[in-house]
Design a protein around this ligand. Structure first.
Ligand code: C2E
Ligand code: CA
Ligand code: CA
Ligand code: CA
Length: 272
């Protein structure tokens, strides 16, 4: 029976397409990769549109895979969410970002806040808030050094649990942003149930600027009326920058200012 099982596996594998094969491979390697420290964080600066000053850094996870080279989060976050691996991975991301903040503080670099992406799956763990508190305590980090980004789609799940967790997190003094704003949902009800600090306009809107501007204009005006900071994602051109600046957008992130950087490059630019 054992032999037969092996043959079946070989047959199954031969019908995998490349994408399926990668999913299979990644799934089986996640836990070991975390233990072997194959994951690391890059940091992308977010700037004030008027002064160009760096306001914060977004932590973005990468996988330095032994055979595949550097693998971006688009290739494994969804899979990590489906398999539950996002819990230990997300906790590692939080821990690593806090460790890095502490290291920068000890090196006397100008203080800069770090924004961390948190998956809705993580919010649904009852222990999530306590884990955050513990990580901040162990690393001796002020909650104001941290920002959490949660996607708009997560908020639309209408999970009372997520809103409760957000309230506690906000009460601790951690800033909260809505990520990927404008992508695919019609109800804005959650903007009434909870007071966020910032809203990040999804790159799909920014890439069509300044030609196709009606929706971006509307989002900026909505955010400003709600007294939220409004941030443009994926700014790549000077034309986009100028239009956003003149349209009342507060901050921006994108290749025009900087690609995501390794920790040592961050130190370099913060020291400049
Ligand atoms: P996101 O949170 O919307 O992050 C922004 C993504 O846009 C990043 O891709 C960034 O490298 C990319 N980007 C920034 N500026 C530009 C630009 O000017 N042009 C273009 N074309 N792209 C730009 P990345 O690093 O591949 O991350 C993709 C997504 O993976 C993130 O989207 C986020 O949803 C997710 N992600 C990354 N790190 C984590 C994490 O630690 N935890 C969780 N749960 N999700 C993460
Ligand atoms: Ca984000
Ligand atoms: Ca985003
Ligand atoms: Ca996105």
């Amino acid at each position: 029976a054992k032999q037969e099982g092996r043959n079946q596996f070989a047959m199954y594998q031969s019908t995998f397409d490349e994408g399926e094969y990668k999913r299979f491979l990644f799934k089986s390697q996640f836990v070991k990769a975390l233990a072997d420290r194959q994951f690391y964080l890059d940091y992308q600066p977010r700037v004030e549109l008027d002064s160009g000053e760096i306001q914060s850094l977004e932590a973005l996870v990468r996988w330095n895979h032994p055979d595949q080279g550097i693998v971006g989060p688009m290739e494994f976050i969804t899979l990590a969410e489906e398999t539950g691996f996002i819990m230990p991975l997300g906790e590692w991301v939080f821990q690593e970002a806090c460790r890095q903040i502490k290291e920068w503080q000890q090196k006397d670099l100008p203080p800069v806040r770090v924004a961390i992406n948190v998956s809705p799956k993580q919010f649904l763990q009852p222990s999530f808030v306590n884990k955050i508190k513990e990580i901040l305590r162990v690393n001796d980090i002020k909650p104001s050094c941290i920002e959490i980004e949660i996607t708009e789609s997560a908020l639309m799940k209408d999970e009372p649990h997520i809103i409760d967790a957000l309230k506690v997190i906000k009460g601790m003094g951690i800033s909260l942003s809505i990520d990927d704003f404008g992508t695919g949902y019609s109800s804005l009800q959650y903007l009434k149930t909870f007071k966020f600090d910032a809203l990040k306009i999804d790159r799909s809107f920014i890439k069509d600027l300044p030609q196709d501007k009606a929706l971006t204009k509307m989002i900026i005006s909505l955010a400003r009326k709600l007294k939220l900071k409004v941030i443009a994602e994926g700014v790549e051109t000077h034309e986009q920058h100028t239009w956003l600046l003149n349209s009342g957008c507060h901050q921006a992130q994108g290749y025009l200012y900087s690609k995501p950087l390794g920790a040592s490059d961050v130190e370099y630019i913060l020291n400049e």
